[in-house]
Design a protein around this ligand. Structure first.
Ligand code: C2E
Ligand code: MG
Ligand code: MG
Length: 564
């Protein structure tokens, strides 16, 4: 017998390394115990780079969505193997593979399962092309938004685990639109390709490049020793971009504005970091400064500093000058499709700047302590408005008003709300106060006292933007809360994202057990609405039904509803 001639280990090794398939032996925790030579050769890796690592470390970041792993686990539970396409990352490239994963009992310890991973290289052109189309921009060959997000999210996970900094450069070319217009799109495209190649040659191997379309590029600087090194690297890119380009025998000079954000200082997720870097880039564009420069994101950047000083002084006078207005957004019952309530949303009608959204001035008002009188004005106006609609014959509707964390901590808040209720004559059961999770989670004891005080006044309480903070449904269990408003970040990717579907369903079922009313925020599409109609959600609000509208327009909308 072969076994006696070769010895079983030697036989095993010979077969293991000489088949045409790539083979791994993986333990129950996903750790790679053995890798055959074909696997190492195809991915251009050395054995120590593979054994002891997790399979996940080699899987393309496009699968970082955990539902993918859940799906494999699920299949392995019900069938004897999982088969499918998978991209693995080798030293230089992503490799498309057709993979089979089959569990087997560990012969040494019967109870523990191990996995045999066998794969065929599928590097055929078609497979590559599909992957390329989905993940790379065809003009610049750089990762597109989707792929860049996946790669950055993967880097962020590593950054959290190994505690390193990641700089994000948001690069916007100066003058590009002018070139496109004057010399035509072909010249523009050629120029974008050349810019991409220059960025590529200036980036380090570990950096992640991306093209966001138009004249916008991004570079994630993975693992920089100090946040300020991002500036040195940004400068290097600026120098490269400012060297003349030769397109169609014509010399072009370009510049760029680079906004910089840094993980973890400015944020720890993809959206926040991109948003901060983009804000920094825009603030640079608004400045009458020399072009071709970079700027770090700063918290107060929504406005640059001189503008901010002017706004502060305007904001101090705005209440007195009656420049605030309330807009109202309908909250619609999923069962009856009728408007069941309204959320009052503050606007500042600035005499020169026009209508300013709350996210732009409320943080300043909070810092200056002005939110206390402004917020009080908002509650008072909402209650008065509700009274005047009733006098127009509109049936009473629940009205929600947002309460800032600063107001929530104001020791006179209960007295103030009580006085407003008495003065306006509103049924307190029709007033709902919206507070965010963070108002509660900072000091639970104090929060319970205020919430109970509000309950005693007969007012309803909603937790706004639920799911974005740190509190859990467990924390809410002991609080006198009536309503949860599911943050729109969970809604945005519905119904496509199975992950978000699962989160929404879970919050809805737990919320129901706790007898809470649940309102979904940010419904923008018919598909999102249809998804919710098949859940236990009670109501929704969002642009799909109506944007927030001025009081007068809302009154018309409500009167039309009655006539329906
Ligand atoms: P919020 O309480 O979560 O209000 C909902 C926000 O989502 C509103 O923004 C609304 O216009 C927006 N929104 C509604 N439907 C959609 C949709 O389908 N898609 C998208 N993309 N957005 C949608 P707005 O009016 O800019 O208010 C922003 C935030 O400012 C509010 O968030 C709230 O936290 C705060 N705020 C507004 N009014 C007041 C107020 O009177 N007092 C206090 N303290 N905060 C306020
Ligand atoms: Mg709200
Ligand atoms: Mg909200």
């Amino acid at each position: 017998m072969l076994e006696t001639r070769l010895g079983s280990n030697q036989l095993f090794e010979t077969i293991f390394h000489n088949t045409q398939e790539m083979i791994l032996v993986i333990d129950g925790q996903g750790k790679i115990l053995l890798a055959n030579k074909v696997f190492l050769a195809n991915l251009k890796l050395q054995e120590p780079e593979v054994t002891g690592k997790k399979l996940k470390d080699f899987v393309s970041p496009i699968y970082e969505d955990h539902s993918f792993y859940d799906q494999i686990r699920e299949t392995l539970r019900s069938k004897d193997s999982w088969q499918g396409d998978l991209y693995l990352r080798g030293k230089e490239n992503l490799y498309p593979l057709y993979v089979r994963i089959k569990p087997f009992a560990n012969p040494d310890r019967i109870s523990r399962t191990m996995y045999l991973f066998s794969a065929r290289d599928l590097s055929s052109e078609i497979v590559r092309l599909n992957h390329n189309l989905a993940c790379f921009d065809q003009l610049t060959s750089l990762p597109n938004r989707f792929m860049f997000k996946k790669k950055l999210e993967y880097a962020l996970e590593q950054g959290k685990r190994f505690q390193f900094n990641i700089g994000l450069l948001y690069i916007n070319l100066d003058n590009f639109k002018y070139i496109n217009k004057s010399y035509g799109y072909l010249a523009g495209d050629e120029l974008l390709m050349q810019v991409s190649r220059r960025l590529e040659t200036s980036a380090r191997k570990a950096d992640i490049l991306g093209y966001f379309g138009g004249d916008e590029f991004v570079v994630a600087l993975v693992n920089i020793a100090l946040p300020r090194l991002a500036a040195t690297i940004a400068n290097r890119f600026l120098v490269k971009i400012s060297l003349p380009f030769l397109v169609q025998q014509e010399k072009f000079n370009l510049g760029a504005s680079i906004g910089i954000s840094v993980f973890p200082a400015d944020g720890s997720d993809y959206e926040t970091l991109v948003c901060c870097a983009e804000t920094a880039m825009h603030s640079l564009k608004e400045q009458p400064e020399p072009e071709n420069s970079y700027r770090f994101f700063q918290q107060e950047m929504n406005f640059d500093s001189s503008l901010r000083l002017r706004l502060e002084s305007d904001l101090r006078k705005a209440l007195h000058k009656e420049e605030f207005e309330l807009f109202f957004q309908p909250i619609v019952s999923l069962e009856s499709q009728n408007i069941s309530g309204l959320e009052a949303l503050l606007r500042w009608r600035h005499p020169e700047r026009g209508l300013i959204a709350p996210n732009q001035f409320i943080p300043i008002a909070e810092e200056l302590g002005l939110i206390i009188p402004i917020g009080e004005w908002a509650i008072q106006s909402a209650c008065r408005q509700a009274g005047s609609w009733q006098r127009l014959g509109i049936p009473p509707l629940e009205i929600s008003v947002n309460l800032s964390q600063i107001q929530f901590r104001d020791k006179d808040i209960l007295e103030k709300i009580k006085a407003i209720i008495t003065e306006s004559g509103i049924d307190p059961a029709l007033l709902q106060i919206e507070i965010t999770e963070s108002s509660i989670s900072e000091d639970i004891q104090a929060a319970v006292a205020v919430l109970q005080g509000l309950k005693d006044l007969g007012v309803k309480i909603a937790i706004d933007d639920f799911g974005t903070g740190t509190s859990s449904l467990g924390t809410l269990k002991n609080l006198p809360v009536d309503t949860l408003k599911l943050d729109r970040s969970f809604i945005r990717s519905l119904p496509e994202s199975s992950n978000d579907q699962a989160i929404v369903q879970a919050i809805l079922s737990l919320g129901k057990i706790m007898d809470l009313k649940i309102i979904a925020e940010g419904i923008e599409t018919q598909d999102q609405l249809e998804f919710l109609q098949n859940t236990r959600c009670d109501a929704y609000q969002g642009f799909y039904y109506s944007r927030p509208l001025p009081g007068k327009e809302i009154a018309e909308l409500l009167q039309n509803e009655i006539l329906k």
